[in-house]
Design a protein around this ligand. Structure first.
Ligand code: DON
Length: 577
């Protein structure tokens, strides 16, 4: 299939003027991009849910159709994806929900996992005092106290329409877990890669593997009876049914039996926290995003503030890309040093998101040369991410909007299902900086601000974001992708606001990424070779990367609500109302 922008080019080329105006947009991508097909734009007028899994998106759209608001729909999608998209959808992990209300208020629910009380700064070190990735990624020590159940319930209690009980919103998830669903492409694609990690645990094998020991494959029936029972308890009793009593005891017992330190008391003590979103402005738009313990919103606003000082709309595409990379390097260096759980450490959010601070960074940017990362601050190594987190965007016809990103960290988390509960557990504590000079799985470094401590939340990159135009939702976006989440959201915002792209084109445009350390620019397939050459000519090292983010986004236009599921992942859907 031809790239959307190529097709557009042919249509418009009769008009010389239009071609002149469009060339910077067209020039970013190659003529065709077999690895990232064009996203399909879906138009609706009464509401929209865009998610990485179609059944869950339809469930959300159905809630909207029944008169629910965006939060009701988001809560239903969140529980549904715990069943239909177990590699990232979850009740055993955590995440962030950003909410814009029709009355103009914004809020966010932080339901990030916390470190159990017995985790400390040495928990993820070996006997020599070096960071031990096996402990922080592959052992039960890595499991944070899950936040999703508390987070979704809190969102519903405070911002749901009141027309639905939690049980009603959870009913579709319970039915799918109980009756089973057909195991689909995207899940089946991931499972063989995770086979060894999952097969370590008998309780996990029972659910994700067949009796001959092979993992479930496309078309197989996928039944999760224990998970259905757990969801029923939550539906009946509320979050207390998960954080106290039998289920909490079973989770703590399973974690401890696997060598972890989580106790029933850690679960009992868990709280989702409502936080004031972080806010910025960009060329007259308001940017509303997730505050710490996610670094996403702070970094996004910092990068946009830096970029606002340049005329990107008319910039040569090579120069635009150079400026994006330079802004990325600087914001990621700041992330490393300054950010962590705001309930445990001071985060200089105001300074990092101020226009004055951005001006200081701008003064260090050379238009003709890449700044070596070492000239900004010190280093580490990056690894590949999978599609292990998931983002969905929702708007309703009342004017409310929700951007939700949640995760188990790795695909299927640590791979351990707590026996008897059906709950797949995360390995989120690898997002702490086990030691300052030791990168996490996404190559991110950290400092004391993000060192492990009891009850602390590891710093995240998840960036659920709502852009407002004249105070009303204009763009709802976010993505999985580990460290690449923030730069993905940055490029969606810049492509829409500066480049004037429609949302489907912005979602499927090839993206780049730089995270300061390692000192490399990652380029997705389809980026025009002359742009890669131009980055290299300025001194950047460009390395190819697989496309694996999934920015399921919505844009509100005079024509209506337009949703675009990211084509990088199979099985996503924009479900309109
Ligand atoms: O919170 C974070 O930043 C990471 N645990 C997110 C992991 C992720 O996005 C992996 N998926 N691709």
């Amino acid at each position: 299939m031809r790239n959307i922008r190529t097709a557009r080019a042919h249509r418009f080329c009769a008009f010389a003027l239009a071609c002149t105006l469009l060339w910077p947009i067209l020039a970013r991508a190659q003529e065709s991009n077999p690895e990232i097909p064009p996203a399909q734009a879906v138009l609706a007028h009464n509401g929209m849910v865009v998610a990485q899994e179609a059944r869950a998106a339809r469930i959300g759209a159905d809630i909207l159709q029944k008169g629910g608001n965006a939060v009701d729909a988001a809560v239903a999608v969140g529980f549904a994806m715990a069943v239909t998209y177990p590699r990232a959808g979850n009740i055993g992990g955590g995440g962030f929900m950003l909410i814009h209300l029709a009355n103009g208020d914004d809020s966010s629910i932080d339901y990030r996992e916390t470190a159990p009380a017995r985790i400390n700064a040495k928990s993820f070190l070996d006997a020599q005092g070096n960071a031990d990735p096996q402990k922080s990624r592959d052992s039960a020590l890595a499991i944070g106290v899950p936040g999703t159940v508390a987070g979704l319930a809190l969102a519903e209690e405070r911002y749901g329409s009141g027309h639905f009980t939690l049980a009603e919103l959870m009913a579709p998830a319970i039915a799918m877990a109980r009756d089973g669903i057909t195991f689909g492409d995207d899940r089946a694609e991931a499972l063989p890669n995770e086979r060894l990690r999952l097969a370590r645990w008998p309780a996990t094998r029972k659910i994700f593997f067949k009796s001959d020991g092979s993992p479930l494959s496309p078309g197989d029936r996928f039944v999760q009876s224990d998970l259905a029972d757990t969801l029923e308890v939550i539906a009946r009793e509320g979050p207390v049914g998960f954080y106290e009593g039998t289920i909490a005891d079973e989770i703590a017992a399973a974690v401890q039996a696997a060598g972890g330190v989580m106790t029933a008391e850690d679960l009992h003590d868990y709280r989702a926290i409502e936080r004031k979103p972080v806010r910025g402005t960009y060329r007259g738009y308001d940017i509303v995003s997730m505050p710490p313990p996610s670094s996403g919103g702070v970094e996004l606003i910092e990068m946009l503030n830096i970029l606002e000082g340049y005329e990107l709309a008319t910039a040569d595409p090579a120069e635009e890309l150079h400026l994006l990379v330079e802004a990325m390097k600087r914001a990621y260096a700041d992330r490393t040093l300054f950010l962590g759980d705001p309930d445990k450490v001071q985060n200089p959010v105001e300074r990092l998101t101020s226009k004055d601070y951005a001006a200081l960074w701008r003064a260090t940017i050379n238009l003709a040369r890449a700044t070596p990362a070492g000239a900004i601050r010190a280093g580490g190594q990056a690894q590949d991410e999978g599609r292990n987190t998931t983002h969905f965007s929702v708007v309703d016809h009342f004017g409310n909007a929700v951007a939700n990103t949640y995760t188990l960290n790795f695909s299927y988390g640590v791979g351990l299902v707590a026996e008897g509960t059906g709950v797949l557990l995360n390995n989120e504590l690898d997002d702490f900086a086990a030691k300052p000079e030791s990168p996490n799985a996404y190559g991110l470094l950290g400092a004391e601000a993000n060192e492990p401590a009891p009850g602390k939340r590891p710093l995240s990159s998840m960036t659920p974001t709502i852009v407002l135009k004249d105070g009303k939702p204009f763009l709802i976006t976010g993505s999985p992708g580990g460290s690449r989440i923030i730069t993905t959201v940055l490029q969606i915002v810049v492509d829409v606001i500066d480049r004037g792209m429609d949302i489907a084109s912005a979602v499927s445009a090839p993206r780049i990424h730089n995270q300061w350390m390692p000192d490399q620019v990652y380029a997705e397939p389809g980026l025009a070779p002359e742009l890669i050459d131009a980055l290299q000519a300025r001194g950047d090292t460009v390395v190819p990367t697989r496309p694996f983010t999934s920015a399921n986004s919505i844009m509100i236009t005079p024509k209506g609500i337009i949703g675009a599921a990211d084509p990088r992942t199979r099985g996503g859907l924009a479900a309109g109302q």
